[in-house]
Write a protein that binds this ligand. Structure first.
Ligand SMILES: [Fe+2]
Ligand SMILES: [Fe+2]
Length: 232
C-alpha cells in the first residue's frame, strides 16, 4: 500500500466503532475531499525511501533529521499543554509529548546504527519553531487540528518507511523500532480525532481550513521527496 488514500483508509478502519463511525460525519467527508484535492506524494516517496534503505548512510542521515524534528514536536506540544490546555486534554498532550521525546531518542538510536553520510544543519528549523512557541497565542483547538493533520502525514510516512525497511531486509530491530513509532503516531491521530470532529462540525470555515492545511502538508511532503531524491 503506497498511496495516501489507501494508507489513511486503513487507519480509518481501525477506529470504526468509535465516535468516528457516526453518521453524518463531517470529518470523514472533509478528509476525503482533502485527500482528493492534494497531490498524492506517497507513490513518489515510496521508491526513494526504498533506495535510502539500500544506502544505510543515507537513511541514517534521514533518521537523524527525524530525531531533531521529533524533539521539536515534543517541546512544542509540552509548551501548549502546560500553558493553554484544560486538565483532561493537558494529560493527553503531556503523554503525546513524552511519546515524541521517545521517538526522538529512537530515531537517534536508528541513526547511530549506521554512519551518517551527511549532516544537515537543522538549527534554523529549531529556531523557527522557538519563534512559533514564543508567539503562540493559545488557539489550542487549531493547534490540535494542525497536529492531527501532521500526524496523518506521519502515519503515511512511517508506513512507507516500514515497507522500505521490509523490502530491503533491514534488521528486525530496525523494523520493530519503526513499527513502535508508527503505532504511537496512529494513536496520536486517534486521540486528537474527537477534538477535530467538533471543530469541523462547529463551522464550515474550519472545513475549508482543514482542506487547505492538508494540502499544505502534502506540498511539504512533496518537497521532502525532492530533497531526498536529489541524493540518489
Ligand atoms: Fe513522533
Ligand atoms: Fe506523533
Amino acid at each position: 500500500m503506497n498511496n495516501v488514500n489507501g494508507i489513511l483508509m486503513e487507519w480509518q478502519r481501525s477506529v470504526v466503532g468509535s465516535t468516528f463511525s457516526q453518521s453524518p460525519n463531517t470529518y470523514r467527508s472533509t478528509l476525503q475531499k482533502a485527500i482528493g484535492d492534494a497531490e498524492d506524494w506517497a507513490p513518489l516517496m515510496a521508491p526513494v525511501v526504498r533506495r535510502y534503505f539500500e544506502r544505510p548512510g543515507l537513511i541514517a542521515s534521514e533518521f537523524f533529521r527525524h530525531s531533531v524534528t521529533e524533539g521539536i514536536g515534543a517541546k512544542t506540544i509540552l509548551h501548549v499543554a502546560d500553558n493553554f490546555a484544560g486538565p483532561g486534554l493537558q494529560s493527553q498532550m503531556r503523554r503525546h509529548a513524552q511519546d515524541e521525546l521517545r521517538h526522538s531518542k529512537l530515531f537517534m538510536a536508528l541513526s547511530r546504527y549506521h554512519e551518517r553520510e551527511y549532516t544537515e544543519n537543522l538549527e534554523p528549523a529549531v529556531a523557527e519553531n522557538d519563534q512559533f512557541i514564543e508567539h503562540f497565542s493559545g488557539e489550542v483547538e487549531w493547534f490540535l487540528c494542525d497536529t492531527h493533520i501532521a500526524e496523518l502525514r506521519n502515519v503515511v510516512m512511517l508506513t512507507l518507511y516500514m515497507e522500505g525497511a521490509k523490502a530491503t531486509n533491514a534488521s528486525s530491530w530496525v523494523i520493530k523500532t519503526l513499527s513502535k513509532v508508527l503505532s504511537d503516531e496512529r494513536r496520536h491521530v486517534t486521540y486528537t480525532l474527537p477534538y477535530v470532529m467538533n471543530l469541523l462540525d462547529a463551522d464550515s470555515a474550519n472545513v475549508a481550513e482543514f482542506i487547505s492545511t492538508f494540502k499544505h502538508y502534502a506540498i511539504l511532503s512533496r518537497g521532502d521527496v525532492e530533497r531526498l531524491a536529489a541524493l540518489v
